[in-house]
Design a protein around this ligand. Structure first.
Ligand code: NAD
Length: 475
């Protein structure tokens, strides 16, 4: 037996020690596209032991050279973009054009991590006596344990590899086993560019076992996770028990505030594109639409018409604008949220049903007259589902917008400068987009407030989560 997607340990692709494997499915067809090897406890331990050696080798590579290697890896990702984008679409479902964008974004992050490696420096603090000084030295924090999800599997992994490798850390990554191929392609580009074989490991398999084993491993100095709030809390608790720092990039349920002064048709056009990108499976995606009552009818009409006209299909077909949901769990979760809203009196303005029986297709859906008790207003839909909520009282609307535990992203549409400032100041969210969509670019830090996360990724501080300092007192 040979799995198509194998573990990567010490630079060697191999099966798990017990030869366990799981099927990987194309979400557009349901067909099995290959098996993914599953790691055992021994495999995890071996990966960590080798990564500890990899850390010693990689941290000794001068940051300037690390920067060159990461820059080269970014070029290799761009060189292989067609192949990697196809893999991404096959295993995750997104339209090929979106997959290409994701490869480009992953390359940007890797390149940016390398550029920031070249800027690593310490500082000198004057002492209390003329001959005294304190030197503050940055050091790589250790082996990084990274857990990455299936929705934007390449770019979200690239953020973590960029920061960890730029800082001089080794990294052991457990990607979602539903989308294994693109993270293996990322690792391949990094190894081909010159990252030492032992500095990178990729493990698939039982998420609970692998995460606990990695968190408890002595050589592991940092835990970084992107995924749901529920799993983030479990991992943060386990990391706390082992006294290890975490970076958490968790879920969102973004409010969108469309004020009466904007062109409702233009706002609807921008927001339909943002809402249904990756079939709504993006943590920053707009998901609760508060629209000022005087333009709500025009906004809704345009939004519904546009959503209903989206061409849904296999991401490999050139005409496709929205692909399938990435897995059957999402299909069921979205259907449940729609059924719950409907049973409480909401109207389905378009969609509200599964499309066909082959693959995980769900129609772009718009809900109106949604009662406050509907679960979709509290639970992240993480799917192609848009509740539209007309408002006339700004203070009441803001209290609904801020009411939930999520604090990742929010959207404001108005040209009134004072109102923009007032709304942005009031929103308890880590990222706010004004009059447009939100994409996380490598050069800017982004992270969630409240339960949506701990820490940021990207920006000039991209290496910081993966560094620790040494205070050197010199007399
Ligand atoms: P889930 O909560 O089971 O898993 C979320 C992610 O965590 C997956 O990638 C999974 O592989 C991983 N995971 C699960 N248990 C783990 C463990 N013990 N250790 C390490 N990793 C573990 O849910 P799901 O059905 O895969 O995803 C649905 C929810 O996840 C969505 O509602 C959304 O809120 C959230 N999500 C968020 C993001 C994001 O970008 N922030 C990405 C993917 C999923």
């Amino acid at each position: 037996m040979s799995s198509m997607f194998r573990l990567l340990i010490g630079g060697r692709h191999r099966e798990g020690s017990r030869l366990d494997a799981a099927a990987v499915h194309n979400p557009a067809t349901g067909e099995c596209i290959g098996d993914v090897a599953c790691a055992t406890v021994d495999d995890v331990d071996e990966a960590v032991a080798l990564a500890a050696h990899g850390l010693a080798v990689w941290r000794a590579v001068p940051p300037w050279e690390r920067g060159r290697i990461l820059g080269h890896a970014a070029d290799l990702l761009r060189r292989d973009a067609d192949r990697i984008a196809r893999t991404l679409t096959l295993e995750q479902g997104k339209p090929l054009a979106e997959a290409h964008e994701e490869v480009e974004r992953a390359a940007d992050f890797i390149e940016w991590g390398g550029e920031q490696a070249r800027r690593i420096s310490g500082r000198v603090v004057p002492g209390r006596h003329a001959s005294q000084r304190v030197e503050i030295q940055p050091h790589p924090i250790g082996v990084v344990a990274a857990f990455t999800p299936w929705n934007v599997p390449l770019a979200l992994a690239a953020k973590k590899f960029a920061g960890a490798l730029g800082a001089g850390c080794a990294i052991v990554c457990k990607p979602s086993q539903e989308t294994p191929g693109c993270v293996l392609a990322l690792a391949q580009a990094l190894l081909e560019a010159g990252v030492p074989a032992q500095a990178i490991a990729i493990l698939f398999g039982d998420a609970g076992m692998i995460s606990q084993r990695l968190i408890d491993a002595r050589a592991v100095g940092k835990i970084t996770f992107t995924g749901s709030i529920a799993v983030g809390k479990q991992l943060a608790a386990a990391a706390g028990a082992a006294m290890k720092p975490v970076t958490m990039e968790l879920g969102g349920h973004a409010p969108v505030i469309v004020c009466g002064d904007v062109d409702p048709e233009r706002a609807a056009d921008v927001l339909v594109a943002a809402k249904y990108k990756n079939a709504g499976q993006i943590c920053l995606c707009p998901s609760r639409f508060f629209v000022e009552a005087r333009i709500a009818e025009r906004f809704t009409a345009r939004f519904v018409a546009h959503a209903a006209a989206l061409r849904v299909g296999d991401g490999l077909a050139p005409a496709t604008q929205m692909g399938p949901l990435a897995n059957a769990r999402r299909l069921e979760a979205v259907a449940q949220l729609v059924d719950d809203a409907r049973s409480r009196g909401a109207e389905v303005a378009t969609g509200g049903r599964r499309l066909g029986t082959r693959g995980n297709f769900y129609a772009p859906t718009v809900l109106t007259r949604v009662p406050a008790q509907a679960a979709v207003l509290d639970e992240e839909p993480f799917g192609p589902l848009a509740p539209i909520l007309p408002f006339s009282d700004e203070a009441e609307m803001l209290s609904c917008a801020n009411r939930i535990e999520f604090g990742l992203s929010a959207y404001v549409f108005t040209h009134d400068a004072q109102r923009q400032r007032r709304l942005v100041d009031a929103l308890e969210y880590g990222a706010v987009a004004i009059n447009g969509a939100l994409v996380h670019q490598a050069e800017a830090p982004l992270g969630g407030w409240k339960e949506s996360g701990i820490g940021t990724e990207g920006g000039i501080e991209i290496l910081e989560p993966y560094q620790t300092t040494k205070h050197l007192a010199l007399d």
